[in-house]
Design a protein around this ligand. Sequence first.
Ligand code: URP
Ligand code: ZN
Ligand code: ZN
Length: 464
Amino acid sequence: MDLIIRNGTIISSKEGKQADLYIKNGKIDSIKECESYKEVPGAKVIDAANMLVMPGGVDVHTHLQMPFMGTHSTDDFRTGTIAAAMGGTTSIVDYVIPKRRESLKRALQNWHKKAKGKAIIDYGFHMALVPPVDRPVNEFEFLVESGVTSIKCFMAYKNSLMLSDTDLYRILAKAGEHNILTCIHAENGELIDYLTKDLLKQGKREPIFHAYSRPPGIEDESVSRVIKISKMTKSPVYFVHLSSKGGIKEIKRAKGNKQAVFAETCPQYTVLSEHRYFAKDFEGAKYVMSPPLRKYKHCSYIKKSIKDGVIDVIATDHCPFNFNKEKRRGLKDFTKIPNGMPGIETRMAVMFNEMVVKMGLDACKFVELNCTNPAKIFGLNQKGDIKPGLDADIAIWNPDLIWKIKHENLHENVDYTPFEDYVVTGKPVSVISRGEIIVENGKLTAEPGRGVYISRKISGSAYS
Ligand code: URP
Ligand code: ZN
Ligand code: ZN
């Protein structure tokens, strides 16, 4: 069914204006002055007076049903994408993690199986490269043909996902030949391993020691080293989940030198700080993720970098584990706490509140970092903005609604939210995906399986 969204304030990455929007065959057909479309027969009319009409969110960093640290992240493609939709997100890009020595082709098939028939919104995949990398680097052509135009290298997690500098050099050189964008988890895994063993030797086993095993310098050093390797190989890099002032400063310098470097952060690194690890009764485990939460001065610097344009993308790194189950594995040893936290449903609201309500940034900037840039950088060419010809992926927001985030009201398949009791202004009330209303006035109205795979194009930002 075609749709007309009337009387809303349309916020694209470029401008905000009161107008009507006409959606035809799942695409944005046109945008015209208010009341222009009164006469379109057969189209459903949505009144968006006093609402913002924004693009649906694009979350380019998720881990659904991911095998990790001896367990699995608890959201699958059904629950995870329902939660995403309820929070105003209409596309995700999830990380495929191959098993050791598994071909990339097989790993990709496996992830397609996880998603098929389950997703409620559209989804794409990045491909992680895990050691040994000799065979995978020969499968890059296949990846691009399959719509997977970005890969990921972990510089942390020694003895599981971590790659050596030599691996990284070889991968980057080859990725550049295929116009593939390389995502980097930048933490110095060797030093983390050393510091961790040292802490355990001293009997330091509580959640706070997770943070002490990976101080900010661990990220800064890795970012700096990767930037140099990226320069040598002339291959662009995208840093995921940045958490530290030093790391972001390195990126700012590289961008100043016209190097093709992109920066992502996540809501948790802007609003949650290291003191969370001291929570009583093991509750600090809820915030055990890598990189860890930092002292508040890092959060402030990240927000300044969002404003200054150093940060390109806000994503979630959604990787949930139940506090009362999986996280308990590390009750006596922080190294056994599965790393990761939920956030797929709360990203848009937390960042709208931070960026637009608290920092006073233009809503277009919010759209740019949460929708448009991620789509552009990762070749989701039909997504991420409001303009004729693009997929009609829309979130209709009440910008004035003040509400408190409560786990009991969320849809993520996990027993807590790290943003419990956080008060935000602004909420997506209805969500549209390819012209179909999937959330209407806060109620889910679509069935799992309607989401389709997005075969992504080469990054227009990294290889223009
Ligand atoms: O702690 C985290 N971030 N878990 C998910 C895996 C990763 O490193 O992105
Ligand atoms: Zn990571
Ligand atoms: Zn991640």
